[in-house]
Design a protein around this ligand. Sequence first.
Ligand code: BTN
Length: 333
Amino acid sequence: MGSKDTILTILRQQQGHYISGEELSKRLQLSRTAVWKHIHRLREEGYQIEAQPNLGYCLQFVPDQLTAAELKNGLSTNCFGQVVHYFATVDSTNNVAKELAGNGAEEGTIVVAEEQQAGKGRRGRSWYSPAGTGISLSIILRPRLEPQDAPKFTLVAAVATARAITAATGVNAQIKWPNDLLINGRKCVGILTEMNAEIGCINYLVIGIGINVNLDASQLPPELQGQVTSLMSAAGRRISRVSLVQHLLSELEILYQQLQNGGFPAILDEWRSLTGMLGRQVRVTTLNEVIEGTVMDVNADGALILCRADGSLQTIMAGDVSVRGINGTYALF
Ligand code: BTN
């Protein structure tokens, strides 16, 4: 831990009480000027640190920023999120994570950004991620499973995210196949899994999770109005992004271990309980066709099972789903 982070840790431990500059410089074996410079840097990062002539320094306010120092403070995982790459702005956290993974970054390493300039969605779409309002997080995994098991990780990520949202906000999100999370029919979470594999072996997976957290509907571009929501809109209050990421990392780690230990059936059952799609009439747009039918299930490969009007069953590995409403039109949910 660097001196700046050590000073932050000590200030936190003071729990609102002052600590003198002299005491800090003694504990860190730094000059008083060096201590002051670190305090100045922390203030620039958004920490409010009160300075009183005879008392010293006191931490008054901690910003809700996804920095390594904040995310690791109170993080209960063994591996996930123990290495954090934080960016104020970046093109796409998935791109950075893939590069790190290609250079040997260890499993559980995460990349987080306050803002993405070119956030990527599924099927070549873009993901809107304005500064400071959401979570843009990518995690590097090196699972001991076959490449054909990759869709399972996306389902795991959706279940972990739904659990984390409920734990951190009290809001229940619904999963829409394959991996969107919706609240009141509007999208709140998107997940993009990218893989580097050889025959029979996954080199690495990057799971990218985007969550709209403290995003106000008025900030949305016109094409997203009415389709997208945020946790703040659903909960009626601002949500701590740091706490949400900590919940997410811990749920992901638990479910990832469960998956690797053969526990996928129970995870799939939970996925089913979190989706409102079973029995619904849907239209699925795949790369080369549009298929309509009733959702029967999601199978152990993460594929959607549809029953078509002629009674035949169709298994769909990838596609975009819209759901038939009572008036017969198809919508996001
Ligand atoms: C989708 O719904 O189409 C998937 C959206 C995935 C967005 C996340 S944000 C973090 C990570 N970095 C990216 O560029 N995309 C994913």
